[in-house]
Design a protein around this ligand. Structure first.
Ligand SMILES: Nc1ncnc2c1ncn2[C@@H]1O[C@H](COP(=O)(O)OP(=O)(O)OP(=O)(O)O)[C@@H](O)[C@H]1O
Length: 361
């Protein structure tokens, strides 16, 4: 792997420390997302990689080339890094073709511009100016311009933030496909978990200036490193448990652990995603009785908030998704069973207000 490698990175704005001992590896050809709440330092990290902000210490290498260490600060224009900013930042007075070809050697310009416009599916628009393009087309041209000089690494700073929801979803899939076709190594920053899950081979979850976990989306979703990561990736029911050999003893009975045997005999919480809860009007051997306190339609299903009976010693609410045609009425008592395997987490809590989603049972 060459790709991007960042070690022991510290950075500040004035006297305020923003990045602390940050580590990140992105293999060559991988699409990575840095996911974190507003203000955690995502843009500062991108600006350091791009060469626009000097870190206090640490190393940054791209494609095996050291761009930052104690003695080195390669200037931005010599880094061979492409950037796609939030607003595209196209040159308004230049045509689409001139934007994409900007800075390319004259000899290869025409051919490379045609190739890039083809890649983003906009080869009919070469003579237009940016104000004659839709928001989505402008972002595709910004992508074509960033890829044209064959950068070693592409950085995308919330590139879909200004677009409406439907276009956002369409474009992020399209951009991911385009980048894979181009074999690019890319880092996208976002605070939108759906964007990260849809776009990335790797998600690096950032909190307080550090990467707290970096893994494939599926692994992060099902095996988060802590309760904060669990909530960052989606709604999470965090249920008190006692860990035994290969299972957890919970209010929902014995549930198998995702990774098999655990050698701890500790108090823990286990992660139950909302889709692991099944609702019934009749009780079973290990069901939790709970009252519907709220329901919301989500198109393909309903999201329910449920208040468990106090005898189960679960803090409220539990969150469940149900595909029924109509939601159970508010106030109705249901019986909830848990399915599938569970992942244990240390009960030390990252405060829910520091992550976008939160449901703690
Ligand atoms: N030029 C600057 N001078 C002083 N402080 C700054 C500067 N730029 C950013 N900061 C501060 O550094 C911290 C990290 O900012 P940064 O923009 O990197 O976060 P972010 O995760 O990208 O946030 P957002 O998602 O809102 O864009 C914030 O507390 C911010 O106020």
């Amino acid at each position: 792997m060459s790709g991007l490698s960042i070690s022991a990175l510290h950075a500040a704005h004035g006297h305020t420390t923003v990045l602390r001992d940050l580590e990140l590896r992105v293999p060559n050809g991988a699409l990575a997302c840095v996911l974190g709440p507003s203000g955690c330092g995502k843009s500062t990290l991108l600006r350091i990689i791009a060469g626009f902000h000097r870190p206090a210490s640490g190393t940054v290498t791209v494609g095996g080339r050291t761009l930052n260490d104690d003695h080195t600060q390669v200037p931005a224009e010599r880094r061979r890094i492409g950037c796609v900013p939030q607003d595209g930042a196209l040159f308004p007075h230049l045509s689409v073709a001139a934007n994409v070809g900007f800075g390319l050697p004259r000899a290869e310009r025409r051919e490379r511009v045609a190739e890039m416009l083809d890649l983003v599916g906009l080869n009919g628009l070469a003579d237009r100016h940016p104000h004659q393009l839709s928001g989505g087309q402008q972002q595709r041209i910004a992508l074509a311009r960033a890829l044209a000089p064959r950068p070693e690494l592409l950085l995308l700073d919330e590139p879909f933030a200004a677009l409406d929801a439907a276009l956002r979803a369409e474009l992020r899939t399209e951009v991911a496909t385009t980048l894979r076709r181009a074999g690019a190594t890319a880092v996208l920053v976002t605070h939108d978990v759906d964007e990260a899950l849809a776009f990335a081979d790797l998600i690096a979850v950032m909190r307080d200036g550090r990467i707290v976990q970096c893994d494939a989306p599926h692994a992060l979703y099902h095996r988060p490193a802590d309760t904060g990561v669990a909530r960052t990736l989606g709604e999470a029911n965090l249920v008190p448990a006692k860990l035994a050999a290969d299972h957890a003893i919970t209010a929902f009975g014995e549930l198998p652990l995702t990774d098999g045997a655990s050698d701890t005999d500790e108090d823990a919480v286990v992660l139950l995603r909302p889709h692991q809860l099944r609702l019934s009007t009749t009780s079973g051997p290990h069901t939790v009785e709970a009252r519907v306190v709220n329901s919301g339609f989500r198109g393909h299903d309903y999201r329910l908030e449920l208040a468990p009976d106090p005898r189960h010693e679960l803090a409220t609410p539990l969150i469940a998704y149900t595909p029924a045609d109509a939601p159970p009425p508010t106030g109705e008592t249901l019986h909830i069973a848990a399915h599938g395997t569970v992942h244990p987490l240390a009960p030390d809590q990252v405060p829910p207000d520091q992550v976008p989603n939160s449901a703690t049972a």
